[in-house]
Ligand binder design. Structure first.
Ligand code: DGL
Length: 276
């Protein structure tokens, strides 16, 4: 049955697991097929055309040939959501949810003074997407963006809570501290893993907004609206695919996902095709 198909989730690497974690909490019986493009991370410094090509390849992998093998897709990557969501959603036979719309919504709900900071990859900041989506709400918000490219590498290296991470965060976030923002969107799915470090720099007066929570909610709404919620209530068998470094990925996933423990057989390496 279509309802019992899994949900496809993808990111450039391990960051999308922060979204998977929220989906698992909110929709504990839904089966997840995750793809992390660990061979080609980061996406955040790549052009729109390149990111669209990668996303099309991943969509083809998740959907398969013929009848779709997943009932919905979550683009658990802000960069891919900013640069490729419209294109891939247009061609997709199943609903596609990104993280930017939900992240912007959560920021609007969180701010009291209307001054919102957004930290993300270079490509996401350059795209101006958060600014656009937040301004479209029509309430005169001030949005301040800052690219923090090294954050992705610190997370991928497992250095999220180190002195080096704290120093890098001080340098990147300095200019945002003078803007009077009261909320800060963690506009890259890797960044929630640096929440403690970022929170220490920004202080208690700034609410850190993790788009993953709102994304899981938005996915649930889509499934409900389309009658696609799964019928079972057992423990789902999730599968994880990466384009490189399956062991490192597995260890990392086990350190952040509370509800599952991945064994070697749960993570498989696949090579993404060159042609689209
Ligand atoms: N985690 C991704 C994002 O949300 C991208 C990080 C990267 O590949 O640069 O933007």
């Amino acid at each position: 049955m279509k309802n019992d198909l899994p949900i496809g989730v993808f990111d450039s690497g391990i960051g999308g697991l922060t979204v998977v974690k929220e989906i698992m909490k909110r929709l504990p019986h839904e089966r997840i097929i995750y793809f992390g493009d660990t061979a080609r991370v980061p996406y955040g410094n790549k052009s729109r055309d390149t990111v669209i090509t990668y996303c099309r390849q991943i969509m083809r992998f998740l959907l398969g040939d013929g009848e779709p093998k997943v009932k919905a897709v979550v683009v658990a990557c802000n960069t891919a959501s900013a640069l490729a969501l419209d294109t891939i959603a247009k061609d997709s036979p199943v609903p596609v949810t990104g993280v930017v719309g939900p992240g912007a919504k959560a920021a609007i709900e969180a701010t009291k003074n209307g001054r919102i900071g957004v930290i993300a990859t270079e490509s996401t900041i350059k795209s101006g997407i958060y600014n656009k989506v937040i301004s479209e709400s029509g309430r005169g918000f001030e949005v301040y963006g800052k690219a923090c490219p090294l954050f992705v590498h610190l997370v991928e290296e497992g250095w999220a809570d180190t002195k080096i991470a704290a120093e890098v965060a001080e340098v990147y976030l300095d200019e945002l501290k003078n803007k009077g923002i009261d909320s800060l969107v963690l506009g890259c799915t890797h960044y929630p893993l640096l929440k403690k470090t970022i929170g220490n720099v920004m202080g208690d007066g700034v609410t850190l907004v993790n788009p993953a929570l709102e994304t899981a909610k938005s996915l649930e709404e889509t499934l409900l609206k389309l009658g696609l919620c799964c019928s079972g209530n057992g423990i789902p068998e999730h599968r994880f695919y990466v384009s490189d470094g399956e062991e490192k990925f597995r260890d990392f996933a086990n350190s952040i996902l509370d509800s599952v423990h991945l064994e070697t057989a749960d993570v498989t390496r696949v090579v993404m095709g060159a042609e689209v």
